[in-house]
Design a binder for this molecule. Structure first.
Ligand SMILES: *[C@@H]1O[C@H](CO)[C@@H](O)[C@H](O)[C@H]1NC(C)=O
Length: 156
């Protein structure tokens, strides 16, 4: 988990968003965003990492990729895949609880916290039905992208 959260794109996204949402950019906060001191960033990244693992780990393993959280947990505890998935789902819930708490006490701009929450929600939405490209079941993701960007919104 120590390596997993930093390997997501979340810290890179949020460093940019910190600059967007700050009147005065603090070098100390900027540095803390890529370390373990900004729990909002770490929580957001963990949820994305675990949601991604739940969605695509079987396909990635079949392609020869490294073990994901579900399989690491199975390997470490002897749990079945179903139990491991439930455990990872619980880790996501626990991380959301931590994030909800951290957002109240974090010393970063409100807009930044809101953007981090939105990024976290979006990651769960994106990985709800695979990931839309690395997994063969893409219909739901295509449907959502079409609905968001292409299909007209009915006005009446
Ligand atoms: C977060 O999402 C809410 C709901 O979609 C939206 O109203 C708000 O503008 C978003 N805020 C940021 C900073 O992304």
């Amino acid at each position: 988990m120590q390596n997993a959260w930093i390997s997501t794109s979340v810290p890179a996204f949020l460093i940019h968003l910190y600059c967007v949402f700050s009147d005065q950019i603090s070098i100390q906060i900027l540095e803390s965003l890529s370390e373990d001191r900004q729990h909002v960033v770490r929580c957001s990244a963990i949820v994305l990492r675990l949601a991604n693992d739940l969605a695509t780990s079987q396909d990635e393993l079949a392609r020869g990729d490294v073990l994901k959280s579900v399989h690491c947990y199975m390997h470490e505890t002897g749990a079945s895949e179903k139990e491991a998935r439930a455990h990872v789902q619980q880790m996501i819930s626990d991380t959301w609880n931590e994030m909800n708490y951290e957002t109240k006490i974090a010393l970063v701009p409100r807009g930044f916290v809101e953007a981090a929450m939105n990024l976290t929600r979006m990651s769960q939405c994106i990985y709800q039905h695979g990931d839309g490209h690395g997994r063969s079941v893409i219909a739901k993701t295509v449907e959502r992208v079409m609905s968001l960007l292409v299909s007209p919104v009915p006005l009446d």
